[in-house]
Structure formats: structure tokens, C-alpha cells
Design a binder for this molecule. Structure first.
Ligand SMILES: N[C@@H](CCC(=O)N[C@@H](CS)C(=O)NCC(=O)O)C(=O)O
Length: 246
């Protein structure tokens, strides 16, 4: 049995994907627990934690990672842990905090991306909040997405070690997360992103570099990579991807 167990909903990339990418880049074997065949493991162990049966540091929501005796929740927290253990982040205090800060900002961005299709309530169907989703998406595409994306473009431009990475001169986990966010936005909002990306040459170059990394390329081509779909975080609803709407 491998040392790491990832607990996340089966069938979607979601926030679990940020953790999967880090595990894949580091070449760490892991069990994607809820994706194991039903009856063998399946959702049961995930629900054990979420139903409040677990003692100790019980997570509120997936993703969470079991590493030996540790159960670690919150995407940014998991990545901070993996970053330190597997050299996916700087080792000095300032660098570790900077990586965590960038990841938390991506987490904020991701929450707003989710709210484009679920602006009223996560527990309601998309079909029950389409009009609000259209309003939310309009503002998201006009104001929020450009603001976040230009921020990351600026961080790349100002990296003292060069604009190829967010931090220093090598890949760290925030690079993977920015890659995933851009990939997801392209899936969800292809029309809007085609226009926005014209002003994001460094972010697009980073995306291409991550995509071409041998370990990431192998993962993306493998059955372990779940396709985007309309149950996940990044969803494609053409009626929300209307950057021209006044
Ligand atoms: N801040 C948490 C958010 C976790 C989260 O929202 N998880 C979603 C799936 S991506 C979930 O299942 N939430 C259940 C809930 O909020 O009740 C993180 O970044 O890990």
C-alpha cells in the first residue's frame, strides 16, 4: 500500500486536481481512494470522514490527504505539506509563505469561478439559478477574471529569477495550480479566454511549459486524468461565456 491516500469526489477534477498535479509532478505513488472500484473501497472511506465519524483532525470537505498518521485538509494546506516534503516549493520561510500566499489567492479565484455557475447556492441545481449565473458570469468575465489573471501575469513578469515561473527558476506547486486554472477557464469560457489571453503571454507560456513537462504530459494522457465535465468546478455553459454581452 502506498503511503499517500487522496480523498476526493470521484468523476470530477475539482479542487482535488491541484493535489493530483503536485503528486504526479513529484512522481509520488498515491491511491485516489474514491475512484477505486465500488465495493472495494469507493466512497465509503470518504464518507466516514465527512459524516463526522473520524476523530482528531477531521476535515470539513474534500480534498484531503492521508499521509501515514496525518489527515490533512484544505487544498493550500495539502500543497504546503507536499511542497515541503517533495521539494515542490522553496525551503526558506519567505519562499514557503509566498508559495502558500499564491496558492491561497488561486483558491479565492477558484471559489469565484465556482460561483459563476452556482451564485445562489451550491446545493441548488444550476438550472435553478441560471439568470443569477448569467449576471455573475458577466461581472466575472469583465472584472474579476481579468483582475486575477493580470495579477498572476504581473507576478511572473516581476519574478527576479525570470518570467518562466511564479517563484524562483524552477517549477513549484503554484505554477501547477495556475496551469490548472488556465486550463479550466479555457474549458469553461473558451470565447472569453481567447480574448483575455492576448494580454497574458507569460501565463500562457507557463501553461505550455507545464503541459509539456514529461511527468505532467504523461499524466494528462493517462486515464488518471478525468475529463472536464458539467459536474465539476470548471463547467462549460455557452450561455455564460458571453464576453460580448452588454
Ligand atoms: N477551502 C477548501 C474548500 C473545499 C471545498 O469546497 N470542497 C468541495 C469540493 S471541491 C466540497 O465538497 N465542499 C462541500 C461543502 O462545502 O459542503 C479547499 O480549498 O480545499
Amino acid at each position: 500500500m502506498s503511503e499517500y491516500e487522496l480523498y476526493y469526489w470521484p468523476g470530477i477534477q475539482g479542487r482535488g486536481e491541484f493535489v493530483r498535479l503536485a503528486l504526479e509532478l513529484a512522481g509520488i505513488p498515491y491511491r485516489d481512494v474514491a475512484r477505486l472500484p465500488e465495493g472495494k473501497d469507493g466512497l465509503k472511506p470518504l464518507m466516514y470522514f465527512l459524516d463526522g465519524k473520524a476523530m482528531g483532525h477531521a476535515p470539513f470537505a474534500p480534498p484531503f490527504l492521508k499521509a501515514g498518521g496525518l489527515v490533512i485538509g484544505q487544498t493550500a494546506n495539502i500543497l504546503m505539506f507536499l511542497g515541503a516534503r517533495h521539494d515542490l516549493a522553496p525551503s526558506d520561510e519567505a519562499g514557503r509563505l509566498w508559495a502558500n500566499q499564491l496558492q491561497l489567492t488561486i483558491g479565492d479565484f477558484v471559489a469565484e469561478i465556482h460561483d459563476t455557475h452556482h451564485p445562489v447556492a451550491s446545493g441548488l441545481y444550476y438550472e435553478d439559478q441560471i439568470e443569477e449565473a448569467k449576471k455573475r458570469s458577466k461581472d466575472f468575465l469583465k472584472a474579476r477574471a481579468p483582475k486575477y489573471l493580470r495579477y498572476f501575469e504581473r507576478i511572473l513578469a516581476r519574478n527576479e529569477a525570470g518570467p518562466a515561473h511564479l517563484i524562483g527558476d524552477r517549477l513549484t506547486y503554484p505554477d501547477l495550480s495556475l496551469f490548472q486554472t488556465l486550463t479550466g477557464l479555457r474549458y469553461g469560457f473558451p470565447r472569453a479566454m481567447a480574448a483575455l489571453e492576448k494580454k497574458l503571454p507569460l501565463t500562457v507560456a507557463l501553461h505550455d511549459r507545464v503541459h509539456a513537462h514529461p511527468k505532467i504530459a504523461a499524466y494528462l494522457a493517462s486515464p488518471r486524468r478525468i475529463a472536464f465535465n458539467e459536474q465539476g468546478l470548471f463547467r462549460h455553459y455557452p450561455e455564460l461565456d458571453r464576453p460580448d454581452r452588454k
